[in-house]
Each structure stands twice: as C-alpha cells, then as structure tokens.
Unconditional design. Sequence first.
Length: 347
Amino acid sequence: MEQQEGLLVLRIHFTSEDLPRTRLAAGPDAMWEVLLSLYRLQRPQGAAVFGRWRRRIRAQVPGSVRLLTDLAPPTGYAVDFLTPATGTGSLQAGVEALRGTSRSRLRDDLTELAARHPGHRVAGWARELAQGRIQALDGLVDAVTQYASVCLLPDWDRVSAEVRHDRLLRRKALAEGGWPGVLRGIHPSARWSFPVLELDYPAEHDIVLDGRGLILQPSVFCWGPPVTLLDPELPPVLTYPVADRCRWSASSGRPAGRREPAIAALLGRTRADALEVIALGPCNTTQLAGRAMIPLPTASNHARVLREAGLITTHRDGNQVRHTLTPLGSALLNGHLTPPTAPAQAP
C-alpha cells in the first residue's frame, strides 16, 4: 500500500522479544523495487530524484506492464502477493515465490483489491488469476520479469550500492543507540516509545509482531512514508526510503551508449548532475561536491556557472555559502522549458 494524501498512522507493536529479532535486510528486494518503481512511473512526485530514470525507461516499458498496474493502481492498496518474502530479495527468488502463491492468497488479495478500489474495474485476466488459473499466473510472472529486466536491472548495481550505504548508516545508528536509535531515525515521521513504533501512513493500520521481529527493508524507489503489507499475518516487513538518494539520482539513467537527455546536452552531464543535486535541497559547495562525487574546485566552478545562468541562487549562511534552486532551474528540470538543441559551452 502506498499513498501520499491524508496521512494517518501506522503502529507497529513490539514485545521484549521483537527487538532482538529485528534485522536489516541484507540488500535490495527486487519485488519491492518492482512495485514501488511502478508507483514512480504513475505519479509525478520526486522529479528531482527519479526524473532522469523515468525519461530513460518510459519508451521502453513493455506492454505487459498493464498486468502489474492492474494489481497496483496509482494510489492505495496493491495486492500483497506481489511482494512475497524470499529471504534473499533476488528477482529469481521473487518470481519463484510469486509463481508458488496459493489460490487462497490470490483470491483473498484480489477480493481486497476490488473492495478497496470500487471504481477500478477488475480485468478479465485478473479474475482468472483469482481462480488460480496457471496461465494467468504464468503471464503475471512473465510481466514482472520483463518489466524488471528493462526498467530495473540496468540500474541494479546503483540500487544495490544505495541500499548498502543505507545499511552502513543504520548499523552505525545501531551501534550508537541500539534498535531504538535505528527506529527513531528510519523516517522523519518515526515516533518510538517502547513498545510502539508510529509512522505516517495512508490509513490507520496496526501490526502486532508478537515475537516475530521486523525486517527493515531499505528501498531506492520508496517515496514518502514507509510502506508495509496489509495482512498482519504475513511476515512483518517495513520498507522505507534509503537515507540518501543524491548519489543514485545524480548518476542514474546513463547506461553506456544511451543518448544524453536534452538538459545534459545543454549544460553538460556533470553540470546537469550538480543542478539536480541542488534541487534535492539547499547545500553548500562541499556538500555539492560530495553528493555529485566531483572535486571541490569543480563543484565551485559549476555552481558559479549555474548561478550566472539564473538556475540557482547563492547566499551566505554564517561562514559558508548555500546554493538553492531558482524557479527557472526548477522549470528546466521538470520539463516546463524546452532546452535549445545547441549545447552550451563545455564545462
């Protein structure tokens, strides 16, 4: 389930046995990234982070993606069986678990989908899926595999790197403050007071762990509040946004041999990266250099050029200067301006 409007509260109830059994996922979970990236394709939020990825893959999305969007509408409930627990998080394990979904799980989740989306017509193939028809399930497995191969696997090394980076940050928090420190820092909306973790959520929802522990699953494509499964009897998992997507967003969308987007042709790839980093939030030049992974003198030069072009403003904050995106820079990044075809001066 994922939705951004009308946030209420998710409550996760711990016992003294649950904290020692809570664990950080070892890496990204392909099935969660499939589901959450579908939301990123269907919604405009997060242009500064996901815009380049969306522009690159939109024309390549296979037609079979409609099977997935039938089960994961743009807002609200998506069927739980699309994100099965596998232990490894690999695509192969995920599609094998999906293929093994019980008839009762298929039927119950699709009944829930119809009830929660009364205006969303259940497709004929999904009705066959609810009946446990093997052809419908095979078609769904093929759709997941095709979508992931085209839209996720080219960036999987970067996704994995960001999840590993998040794990390092959480392990540091665990060493310094125990699980309470991790849980309080998992998201800006997190509120921890033993034995309950509260988070912003699109609905009032409670999960009683009852000694099962909790899997904390970082995700690159999660945007807004963390997400979880609707059925509280399923293995408890909380999927949350990785701590810092700046590096991924600055480098994603550029597989070898692909044509650079117009903004990169206009500004130069590195300068376009710098502009997108600043779009994520005001930063000083040292932060710009670190997030864009460029030398400090290069970051200073790019900030000067972007400022002279009217795409950012720079103001002094104590002993430092901070760079902020201007309305013109935002319009350029969000596609409301058409860049000229002739490139600017090389950076």
